[in-house]
Write a new protein. Structure first.
Length: 345
């Protein structure tokens, strides 16, 4: 026969203290606690949409598990910019999480490199799709972008994701451009021409290189000077990154900086980005030497690290350079562009 309830007692479960009814059954206090609906309701208090300025370890783990589930189901690899997720600024909302029954089932992150646009990557658990969850995440992101006065949202969609393509089609968001993700599969072989430009050396950037980095980002990526300055000052994963400046010695013995490249190494994976050769120095073989020396720098820090980079599909010159140094295409990302004030979505 069920024993009578003896009233309220505070019960510690894990790291939380709950008020719940307990029984005077002899098992109480030895191996288990029978929690009444009050605690079960507390499990679901976090359900719905939540915004974050920074992500804690548990949230990062939950995002990783959700990404693994979506990747296996869709046969893709989502681009989530993990370095930026781990190093968010606490000054603005950039991440949106959606829970059901206490479980993370939807996530959207926004990544801002320019004052006029943000990039967006998101996902919804396969069993929770077609329920409007992604739409709620996007609407919250739009509100944040409106607060920042950012007019354009650029959605990152992995090629091969039929669900992402269906959403873009349904919302009538136009296709913008594509990028290849390339991985290093063969070690580069130095040619005689490259040995001839052996005076080129990479060095780690120091505090005095800020103006040059800004100049290269303006010249190489079409950023405004304001955006290039803000990009230099934002974290955006800089704690796990290296910036290398490319110096070359002229005939007069004076060294000048002709380019830069960034390398990020995390958990056995390296990513090269921010690669620029000054416009007046192009066509002289410097780009290949910079790339090869960047690979050597990564190998010196982690000999077993995989090395990857991204390139615009239409940038045939850069694509040819990367292929000639041993990089091969492994996947592609399509970018769809929505601008505030348009009728789509």
């Amino acid at each position: 026969m069920e024993q009578p309830l003896t009233g309220l007692r505070r019960v510690r479960v894990g790291s939380m203290v709950h008020s719940g009814y307990t029984s005077n059954h002899s098992g109480i206090g030895k191996s288990s606690v029978r929690l009444r609906p009050l605690y079960r309701r507390m499990r679901f208090m976090m359900d719905g949409l939540h915004t974050r300025e920074t992500l804690n370890a548990a949230e990062l783990d939950a995002i990783g598990l959700l990404a693994d589930t979506c990747n296996r189901h869709d046969g893709i690899e989502l681009k989530l910019n993990w370095n930026m997720l781990r190093e968010r600024s606490d000054s603005e909302t950039s991440d949106f999480l959606y829970y059901e029954s206490g479980q993370l089932v939807g996530f959207l992150g926004i990544y801002q490199f320019q004052s006029t646009e943000v990039e967006i990557s998101g996902m919804v658990h396969p069993r929770c799709r077609q329920k409007g969850i992604f739409g709620k995440l996007v609407e919250a992101a739009k509100e944040e972008c409106q607060r920042r006065e950012v007019p354009k949202l650029v959605f990152m969609c992995q090629q091969g994701s039929s669900s992402a393509k269906a959403v873009m089609d349904r919302w009538v968001i136009p296709y913008g451009y594509s990028e290849y993700w390339m991985g290093l599969t063969e070690p580069p072989v130095q040619s005689d021409q490259e040995r001839a430009v052996g005076a080129l050396k990479l060095r780690e950037a120091d505090s005095g290189d800020g103006p040059a980095i800004i100049r290269f980002n303006v010249e190489g990526f079409g950023l405004s000077e304001e955006d290039a300055t803000n990009l230099l000052e934002k974290p955006n994963g800089t704690r796990t990154s290296r910036v290398y400046m490319a110096d070359i010695e002229g005939e007069d013995g004076v060294r000048r900086t002709i380019g830069k490249i960034h390398a990020r190494i995390v958990s056995g994976s390296a990513f090269l980005y921010g690669f620029v050769v000054a416009a007046g120095e192009r066509g002289r073989g410097y780009g290949r030497v910079i790339l090869e020396q960047a690979i050597e720098a990564v190998r010196a820090e982690d000999p077993q690290a995989s090395i990857a980079l991204e390139v615009a599909v239409k940038n045939e010159r850069a694509l040819g350079l990367y292929e000639s140094t041993g990089f091969r295409i492994s996947k592609a990302t399509d970018y769809y562009e929505w601008t505030a004030g348009t009728t789509n979505s």
